[in-house]
Structures are given as C-alpha cells and as structure tokens.
Design a protein around this ligand. Structure first.
Ligand code: IMP
Ligand code: ZN
Length: 352
C-alpha cells in the first residue's frame, strides 16, 4: 500500500515524530500538574489563599477567549508557580508530556519572571529552566531535544525587553535559540522594541513574533513594523491582508499555526475547516502545526496533526511534506536539521 492510501488516524499521528515550535512553558502545564503543585503547597501551608486548579481551571473547559485567557496567568497560574520547586516540577512535567506525545524536537518559549517572594531573579528563572532542559537532552533514552526561546511581553518597557535579550545572549550557548514577542495583543506599542530585536538579530539569535493574532494587533502600522525586523518565523498570522501575505511568502518566513487554540479562543471565524492553515499550507513557506498552550486548550500536538488531516483531507504524504517543511524553520541549527531530516527519511511508520 502506498503512503497516500493509508489512513492518517490518531495511532499514526501519535507515533509520528513531531516538531513543536510554538509552545509557551506556563501555558503548557497540565491541570493535573498544577493540581499536584497546589496539593504540595497546601500540605505545607494550609492557609495558602489559592483555589484548587481543578476548580479554578475546570477539567474540560477550553473556551478561554482573548479576554479571559491572559488573566488566567496573571491572576492565578503565576501565583501558584512562583518558587523554585514549582518551576522545576512543572518544567519537567511539560517536557515529559511533549516527549510522551511523540515530539522529537521542541522549542519551548517562556517570559523571564522574577519571583521576589522566593528570592529568585529572572536570571535564576532562566537558568533553572535551562538546567532542566539540559538534563532532559542528556538522557539518551529521551528521543526529544528541547531548546529555549525567551519571550518579550508586549507590556514590557524597553529596559525590560533589553533585559530579556541580555539573558538570551548570556545563555545562547546553553540552549537559548531565539527571542519572541508575545502577550496580550490589545496591549503595548510594538514600535518601541525595534532596537531590541535588532540587537537580538546582530547577536545571532533567531526571531519569532506573535503576528496579527487579533484585528487589534493587525494594523498596517503594526504588521509593517514587525516585518521590518526581518523575523525568522511568525506565530498565528490570522488577520493578514494579501499585501503582507506576499512579503511573508517572498521572504519565506515560517508560520506557526495553532488550530485548536484559534478555534477555542474564537480568534478565527468558524471552525477547523475555516482555519487559515488551509491557505498557508499552499503558501510555499514552512508551516509548523503547534499547540500554543496545551495546558489550557488541551489538544496535544498529535491531536493537532490529526485535526489538520481530518479537516483538510491530508494524506500521509502531505503530513510528510509538512513535517519536512517545518524542519527548515527550526532555530536549533544544522545538526538538528540533519538529525530530523534523517529521522523523517527513515521513519518506518510512513507505510506501516
Ligand atoms: P510563559 O511565558 O511561560 O509564562 O507562558 C505564559 C505567557 O505566554 C502568557 O502570560 C502570555 O504572555 C504568553 N502567551 C501564551 N499564549 C499566548 C498567545 O496566544 N498570544 C500571546 N501571548 C501568549
Ligand atoms: Zn503563542
């Protein structure tokens, strides 16, 4: 039987070696993991003033929209995960979850966060996470390799954003591969970060940007500003008129597309079959299906591949082309590209 004739079912997408390029660390923590952290903290300090995560973020609830999504972090998850043990425990759990879902290459992103109550600086936060990534990568039984992208929040000041780039430069040799622009798309003026991203680029860091996530963050001014920074990849790319689509295609900028997140958060009109993945997959640029925040939207990357196949009638050959395209846009360097290229060329699951 040829590749095209065999079904793309969940068994296939689970076994498929997958690349995940757009995953926010804190948004990728499962509810069970948050619950474990809460139980441990409650046992030590019964007076802790935080609801059980299974009550605060009920199991099965995925309909967080752009208004309810961001406060989930600032008013809850960041209060729960605000010391060294919770950061270590949750980072390990997130890596295990991606590995168990068949991810072979992960670029995790996170916004450096100081935790004064636990006497931790932003530098401590980043180095703690990198230590965990390092021990994961060093374990030969782990088939997934993980790298880190540091995020600048749209609400940051220029000084805060430069601090993120300082950390990215400092830890470049320890696994930081790029810098991201994220955060509430209703906030901030991206123009203030031009010099910040220019410096990151000069220092050899790759750049990915949340791009046209909502109509509010898709003005001509904003999109032309972001594209003038010569990003290597763009996340979401929803409200993009043809003029900007043409630039993205001409410059072969990779796109990170998050189906379930966009559907559940009502960032697109309609449902899966209306998703702009349908357009971008013919756009000639690398397309990386991604989860964004699997802890919130509860659709692991294996499910995202399955949903894409189901709603856009993808065969195994289409999936192979998609995966090979994503390899081209990774930030992890030539050795990783070669490893992944070989892995896809040799994977026996294409026809079994
Ligand atoms: P962290 O950076 O590891 O703490 O992950 C959570 C943070 O990622 C949130 O506070 C947001 O700033 C950012 N984030 C997560 N999902 C999105 C998104 O879809 N758009 C923009 N920012 C996001
Ligand atoms: Zn995102």
């Amino acid at each position: 039987m040829s590749n095209t004739a065999q079904p793309v079912d969940v068994v296939f997408t689970k076994g498929l070696p997958k690349i995940e390029l757009h995953a926010h660390l804190t948004g990728s923590i499962s509810r069970e993991c948050l619950h474990d952290i809460w139980e441990t903290r409650k046992a030590r300090d019964p007076a802790i003033d935080l609801e059980d995560p299974l009550v605060a973020i009920p199991t099965g609830k995925v309909d967080y929209d752009i208004k309810t999504f961001f406060p989930l972090f600032s008013s809850y998850i960041y209060k729960l995960c605000n010391n060294l043990p919770s950061i270590q425990y949750s980072t390990k759990a997130v890596l295990q979850d991606f590995q168990a879902d068949g991810v072979v290459y992960l670029e995790l992103r996170t916004t450096p966060r100081a935790m004064p109550g636990a006497n931790l600086t932003k530098d401590d936060y980043v180095s703690t996470i990198l230590d965990i990534l390092k021990s994961h990568n060093e374990q030969t039984s782990n088939t997934m390799r993980a790298f880190l992208i540091l995020s600048i929040d749209r609400r940051n000041t220029v000084i805060e954003a430069q601090e993120v780039v300082d950390l990215a430069i400092k830890y470049q040799s320890a696994g930081v591969v790029g810098v991201d622009l994220c955060g509430d798309p209703a906030k901030g003026d991206v123009r203030i970060f031009a010099d910040v991203f220019a410096r990151a680029k000069v220092e050899g860091l790759k750049i990915t940007l949340h791009f046209a996530e909502t109509e509010l963050s898709a003005s001509d001014m904003e999109l032309s500003t972001l594209l003038s920074w010569k990003p290597d990849r763009l996340g979401h790319v929803i409200h993009v008129k043809e003029e900007f689509q043409r630039i993205i295609k001409k410059e072969n900028i990779g796109v990170e597309l998050c189906l379930s997140c966009n559907v559940h958060a009502k960032m697109i009109t309609g449902t899966y079959s209306d998703h702009h993945f349908g357009m971008w997959r013919h756009g000639g640029v690398p397309v990386a299906l991604s989860t964004d925040d699997v802890g919130v939207f509860c659709s692991p990357i294996s499910q995202e591949y399955f949903l894409a196949a189901q709603h856009f009638s993808l065969g195994r050959d289409d999936i192979k082309a998609l995966c090979e395209g994503a390899v081209e846009s990774i930030f992890g360097g030539l050795n990783e590209k070669a490893r992944l290229g070989k892995l896809y060329a040799k994977w026996s699951g294409w026809s079994s």
